[in-house]
Design a protein around this ligand. Structure first.
Ligand code: TYD
Length: 225
């Protein structure tokens, strides 16, 4: 399906979920599809996405920030996010590009909040400071039983790479994360959609595209007629 039209404004889509749910694969598939539709697409990830934020990523994922505790980790993820939003995401949206981001503020709510125990009020303040008005138009939550996701993440590491700071948490941490993402999606149904990530890569990609078309492009197509 191809759409030849100019979006009325940039759209910000985030992909969330536990480890090994296939976010980066699905993000790449959606980017390819949107480019075929003629849109400018910026793909990025968190933590990271800019030079300064990538430095914080190395520090956070190496586990060196862990002894400082979840509140400090939340502050560091938020600092990385503030730079990412200000220098990459907001300018891209302003010029009309689509921005597809692998993880965003919901990951802080789930990992440092629901699992790390940082209270929701503190996280909301950090989130507001980091993102301002730049909030996702749509968040795709890829849902998979934690055991399956962990097995996929482990097979991805077969090359000898070590589990990072969060991959090495115990199974109950990861099952809790799954529920944290489902709770976020349930509390903000207008922003979030949950997709069963145990389907094939092609089926998940088709479902993602259907959500995007329903939510944004069908609208734009009607307006253009
Ligand atoms: P990454 O290798 O990108 O993992 P994944 O493929 O699962 O996305 O590592 C990012 C890790 O950082 C992941 O374990 C989730 C964690 N994280 C947080 O704890 N808080 C955050 O705010 C973000 C963005 C990520």
């Amino acid at each position: 399906m191809t759409f030849q039209m100019t979006p009325e404004k940039g759209r910000f889509v985030t992909f969330e979920g536990g480890e090994g749910v296939g976010k980066s694969t699905q993000l790449a598939r959606l980017a390819e599809h949107l480019r075929e539709c003629g849109f400018e697409v910026v793909t990025t990830r968190e933590p990271g996405g800019t030079e300064k934020a990538e430095k914080l990523r190395d520090f956070l994922l190496s586990g060196r920030a862990a002894p400082l505790g979840p509140l400090a980790e939340a502050a560091l993820f938020s600092a990385a996010r503030a730079d990412h939003v200000a220098t990459l995401i907001a300018p891209a949206l302003k010029r009309g590009a689509w921005v597809l981001c692998d993880r965003f503020a919901d990951s802080t709510r789930a990992y440092q909040g629901a699992r790390g125990g940082v209270d929701a009020k503190t996280l909301a303040l950090l989130e507001r400071a980091a993102v301002g008005e730049t909030r996702p138009d749509l968040t795709i939550v890829l849902d998979l039983p934690a055991g399956e996701g962990m097995a996929r993440a482990a097979s991805r590491r077969d090359g000898g790479e070590r589990a990072d700071r969060f991959e090495s948490e115990d199974p109950s941490f990861h099952e809790g994360l799954r529920h944290a993402f489902l709770d976020i999606a349930e509390s903000e149904p207008e922003r979030c959609c949950v997709i069963d990530a145990s389907l094939s890569v092609d089926d998940v990609a088709r479902t993602v595209r259907a959500f995007i078309h329903d939510r944004f492009l069908a609208h734009a197509a009607q307006a253009a007629q």
